[in-house]
Design a protein around this ligand. Sequence first.
Ligand code: BES
Ligand code: ZN
Length: 883
Amino acid sequence: MNDSSRQAKFLKDYAPPNYLIDAVALDVSLAPKAARVASTLTIRPNPEAAKTGQPLVLDGEALTLQRIALNGKEFAPGDYTLSPGSLTIEAPPAESFTLEVVTLCDPEANTELSGLYRSNGTYCTQCEPEGFRRITYFVDRPDVLAVCTVRIEGDRDTTPVLLSNGNPVASGDIPGNRHYAVWHDPFPKPSYLFALVGGDLASIHDTFTTAAGRKVALAIYVEPGKEDRCGWAMESLKRAMRWDEERFGLEYDLDVFNIVAVSDFNMGAMENKGLNIFNDKLVLARPDTASDADYASIESVIAHEYFHNWTGDRVTCRDWFQLCLKEGLTVFRDQEFTGDVRMGPVERIITARLLKTHQFPEDAGPLAHPVRPASYIEINNFYTSTVYEKGAEVCRMLQTLLGRDAFRKGLDLYFERHDGEAATVEDFVSAMADASGRDLTQFMRWYTQSGTPELACSLDYDPHRKTARLKVSQVVPPTPGQSSKEPMHIPLKVGLIGANGDELPLKIDGEELAEGLLEVTEREQVFEFQNVPAPPTPSLLRDFSAPVRLTTNLNPDQVEFLMMHDSDPFNRWQAAQTYANNLMTAAARSGLDTGPVTGTEAGRLAKALATTVRDETLGAAYRAEALKLPSESDVARELGHDVDTDAIHAARGALRAKIGDTIGDTLAEIYQAATPPGPFSPDPESAGLRALRNAALDLLTATETDAAIDRAMRHYREASNMTDAIIALSILSHLQSPVRDEALEDFYKRWQDEPLVLDKWFAVQARATRPDSVETVRGLLGHPKFSLKNPNRVRALIGSFAQANPSGFNRADGEGYRLLADQALAIDRFNPHVAARLLGAFESWHTLERRRQAHAKAALESLANQELSTDSYEIVSKTLAGT
Ligand code: BES
Ligand code: ZN
C-alpha cells in the first residue's frame, strides 16, 4: 500500500484546478480484457488558479498508456512522467490546447466495480467519486466540468445496446460484425457523472411530456427475460418527474432518460446524467419476487437519482467535502416526494427511525464527523448516514425555519446563481439567507459541528399566573477532534395538550405562535406560554423537527397520555416508543430479570397499542408502525454503555410475548380483518393493510404457542405474494422448530435460480436470532450459491448478520466479530469499498460490556496488523483510536 494515499485531505486546503477541460471526446472500443479508450481533451489554463505555468497532472489508475499527443504532435517519452496514480506534463502550453491520450483498461479484471467493469457480461461504469481515472487519464475532480461526446464501438452480437450520457446522435454498422453509437451531452459535467453501458439487454419504453411540452423518451434496460419486472420502476420515474415539476418547478432537460439495471453494483444506484445505473434490486419487482418494502425502496431510489438531475448534475459539488450539498438535499427531496405520494407521517416515522438507528450511533462513536467533513483519508468512506440522513434533516430544518415558500425561493435562487457550476454549502445557505432575509450564520454550525445535540426540556405550570414555562437547554457532546461546541440553531415544534386532549393556544409575549415553532439558539432558554387555563401536557419536538436527542421531565402517566391523545401523529408514535424503550432498558439493565417488561406497565403499553390499532381513522400503514417495538439496537443506543446484547434480546422478546398475550384477541381480529381486497397491488393503501396484518402476526407469534406457530406456517404456505411469504419466513426463522427448516427448504427450492429472491433467503437466516447463528452464517459462506464477489449477496449474508443481528454478531464469545473480520479481510483484497462498509459494523464497540469490548478490540487489532486497503485502514484505525 502506498502511504501517500493514506494521508488525510483537508477542506481548508482546497485550491482551484490549474487547468480546465472544456470538452471531451471519447472513443471507446469495448473488449473484455482490453477496452481501448481514445480521449481528446480541450484544455486551457484556469484563469482562477493561484499560479500560472504549473504542470498539468492527470489522474489515472490501472491504465496502460498507448499513445499521447499534444496539438497533434506525438510525445516523446521524456515529455511526460507516469506514476501509478498520475500522468504529469511538466510544461503545457499557456493557451488552449488539445491533448490526445489512448489507453487500455481491463473490464474483466475490475473486481472493485469502479471504473469500467463487466457485470454478468454487460459492460458498465461507476465513476463516482473517483472511478473515471480508471477509464482514462483526466483531472478527476468535481470542479472540472466538460461537455462530452462519446463514441462507443462494440460487438454486434454481445453488445447490441450501446448507451452513454446525453442524447443519441448517430449509430451504424462497422465491418467485422461490430457497430457503434455516438452520444452527446450538451450539459457541462464533472467526470464522476460519466457513464457508459454496452450489453445484450432487453428494455421497456415509455414517454413523458414535460410541463413545457417537451417529449422525453424513457427507457429501462435489464437482462433479457426480466422485462416483466420493470413496470413499477417506470411508473415511479414518471411520478417523480411530475412531482419535481409541481413541487420545485424543475423540468427534465434532455431528449432521453435511460435507466440500466445491473446485478453487480457496489451501491444502490447512480445519477449519471441522462443514464442512471442501478443495482438491479432497486429496479426489478414483480408481486411474487419483491416485497412491499422492495417496491417502496424502488420508488424512492428511482426518485432520488432522478432528482439529482438538478441537485447534483445541473448544480454539482465543488469538492467532495461538499457531498451533502447534493446528497443531503436530494435525500430531503426524495423524502418529501415519498411523504406526498404515500402517508406523510408514516414516512416521517420511517425516516426518524432510520436516522436514530444508524446516524445517532455514528455521531456518538469513533467515526463521528460533521455533515460537511473537514478531512478524509478515503472519500468512499464518507457516503455516510451523517452526510445523507443528517444532511437531509439539515435541509428539512431550513424549510421548517424559513417556511415552505421562502425555502422554495431559496432553492430557485440557488439554481439561478449556480446552474452549470460546481457549488459549495456556503453557496446553498447564502441563497436561502438572501431569499428569506434571515441570518443563517449560527445555522451553519449544523454543517461543521459533529455530534447529536442533546436537548433537555422541562415544563412548569403556574396556576396563579396561568403560565407554562418551558425550560430548554442544549449540549452538543464532544466528538473525535471536536472537544468543545457552540450552541446550535434548533427548530423546536411544540404543542400543549389539555386534559381532554384538546390543543391549547400557544401564546408568547401576547402573540400567537405560528405552527408551534420555537427557535432554540442559546445554551439555556426559557419560553413562557400565557393564558394556559390548566396544567397542560407538552408535546415536544413534534414531527421530529430537529435531529436531536430529547429528554423531558414527563412522568410515565404523561407519556401514556401522549400515546393516546397527541394530535401530532409522529409524537403519538414516539410516545409509545419511548414508553416501550424505557421498559426494555430497565429490564436490560437489571441483567436477565424481565420484570419490567412483563409487569403492569407492560400491560398498559399493550392496551394503549390496542387502542391505536383499533382506531381506523389512523390509516393501516400508521397502525402497523405503531405495532413495531423499538429494535434491539434502539435499546442498546438508549443504554449507551455496558451493553449486553443478550439481555436486550431477552427483554425485547419478553415484551413482545407479553403484548402478544395481553392483546392477543385484538391482534387476531386485525389479522383476520386486514386483508387487502382483490389481486396484489403495491399501492400504499394495500401495502399498509399487509403491513398491519403482518405486524399483528409477528406479535402473535412472539408467544410461541403451538397455535401461533401453526398460524405463521399457514401464513407462509398461503402467501400469494413476496411480502407475506418473506414476513412469515422471517418470523419462523427465529424459532427452534422443525417448521422453520421446512419453510426455509421450501423457499430455497422455489427460488434458488432467482438471485434477488435468494438474497432474501440468505438474509433471513443471517438475521435469525438463534444461539447458533454464527455457525449458520459460517455454514452459508460455504453454500454453492454464495459468492464473495457479488455485493448484494455479501450484504445479504454478512451485512445482514453484522448490522441486523445484534445478539448474533455480538455473541459473548467474540465469534461474530471474528467472522466479520475474516470475511472483510478476504473481500478487502479485491473490493475495498464493500469491505470498508462492512467494517462499519464495529462502530459502537466502545458501548459494549467489557468482555465483548475485549473481543471486538482483538478482532479490530488483528485487522490493523494486516495489509489493508486505504478504505479499510481508515475505518479500522479510526474505530480503534476514537474511544
Ligand atoms: N451518488 C450516489 C451513488 C454513489 C454513492 C456512488 C457512493 C458512488 C459512491 C447515489 O445518488 C446515492 O445516493 N445512492 C444511494 C441511494 C439513495 C437513495 C440514498 C445508494 O446507492 O445507497
Ligand atoms: Zn444520491
